[in-house]
Design a protein around this ligand. Structure first.
Ligand SMILES: NC(=O)c1ccc[n+]([C@@H]2O[C@H](COP(=O)([O-])OP(=O)(O)OC[C@H]3O[C@@H](n4cnc5c(N)ncnc54)[C@H](O)[C@@H]3O)[C@@H](O)[C@H]2O)c1
Length: 322
């Protein structure tokens, strides 16, 4: 392991859910961090004060070059993405443009600058598809949607670029600041509905299995990926199977509100079981054990106590129509 952080770190998508948590953690360590984000789903208010925010698109050469230069980046953590599975199915070209072409453009800027490590946030949930057993890094990918296919293509771009890299494949990440309309946002949707005393729609019988991981565990994996000198591909998940019904009930307990559940027909393309094995990452001896789901949901519930449901809904309206 070496420290790749004498220079700056550029976090793309740093105004979003996961990106803002990594920015916060690196900033707290005293690292020099810059953010490149076009604020499509991210919020400027998610970026801690004092961190330069370059408002621009990863598909713009000018915006990317300016951000890499200003950050004097030796490391890029690439979190920016089109994260809606639904949108990827309705507009596959747009999804490919952001998720594959955008990654490629960033890699080209990285090659021309002094970047020594490229950390790409891919997606375990999306690329493995249905998993009867927890997927390992050797499990053949089988994406069920364009979002997953384009994340896989982006992984190929990262491998082909010739820069030292880490590819992380997270499971379903949850925690404060997550939007309810992006990938893996099921617990954000449940929180919003429970806090607002609104019914939760469960598609199917609720026994679909997911691998929920608290955002701080992913942040720890990203920090490790930055400091590591080998080219690595790591699944980042809990490896623990939880039904979405159980997750809703536990979240309700922490929020002090019994969730009202409404069943709806299964949706085409939904997977029954999505689980990744973090064994390879754990074998480093420098990650885990992950935060237990009950503890993570307690932290999430606490963070929601400071935001009233009305504030949260108003914020969504402003974002959607502003
Ligand atoms: N949340 C999960 O459960 C999960 C699971 C697996 C992988 N991921 C991956 O983690 C990363 C972060 O996801 P998130 O959940 O924080 O979503 P998010 O929507 O909160 O964050 C994405 C950020 O990227 C920005 N962005 C989007 N398009 C951009 C563009 N063209 N140029 C510049 N910025 C752009 C958005 O404004 C936003 O701030 C994504 O790559 C996502 O695919 C997330």
């Amino acid at each position: 392991m070496t420290d790749n952080l004498e220079g700056g770190v550029l976090v793309t998508g740093g105004a979003g859910f996961i990106g803002s948590h990594i920015v916060e953690a690196l900033h707290a360590e005293g690292r020099r961090v810059h953010v490149l984000d076009n604020l499509t789903t991210g919020l400027a208010s998610n970026v801690p004060p004092g961190i330069p925010l370059h408002t621009g698109d990863i598909r713009s050469n000018a915006a990317v070059d300016a951000a890499v230069d200003a950050a004097q980046a030796t490391v890029i953590v690439h979190c920016a993405a089109q994260t809606s599975v639904e949108r990827s199915m309705n507009d596959p070209e747009f999804d490919r443009d952001v998720n594959e072409t955008g990654t490629d453009m960033l890699l080209r800027a990285a090659q021309q600058g002094s970047v020594r490590r490229f950390v790409f946030i891919s997606s375990g949930g999306a690329i493995y598809g249905e998993t009867s057993e927890p997927a390992t890094e050797e499990t053949p990918p089988s994406p069920r949607n364009f979002y997953g296919s384009h994340k896989l293509l982006a992984e190929e771009c990262v491998r082909a670029a010739g820069l030292p890299f880490a590819i992380l494949r997270p499971s379903n990440i949850y925690g404060p600041r997550q939007r309810s309309d992006a990938e893996g946002g099921v617990l954000a949707i449940f929180s919003e509905r429970i806090v607002g005393h609104l019914p939760i729609e469960i598609h199917g019988d609720g026994r679909q299995v997911r691998d929920f991981l608290y955002v701080s565990d992913l942040v720890d994996a990203i920090r490790l990926a930055i400091s590591c000198s080998d080219d690595v591909v790591w699944n980042v998940g809990s490896g623990t199977a939880t039904t979405i019904l159980d997750a809703a009930v536990i979240l309700g307990e922490h929020l002090g509100v019994a969730p009202q559940l409404v069943t709806r027909p299964r949706r085409a393309g939904d997977v029954d079981k999505s689980l990744v094995s973090p064994a390879l990452l754990r074998s480093t001896g420098r990650w885990g054990p992950p935060v237990p789901l009950r503890d993570g949901l307690r932290r999430l519930a606490r963070s929601l106590e400071t935001v009233s449901p009305v504030d949260s809904l108003n914020q969504r309206r402003v974002e959607l129509h502003g």
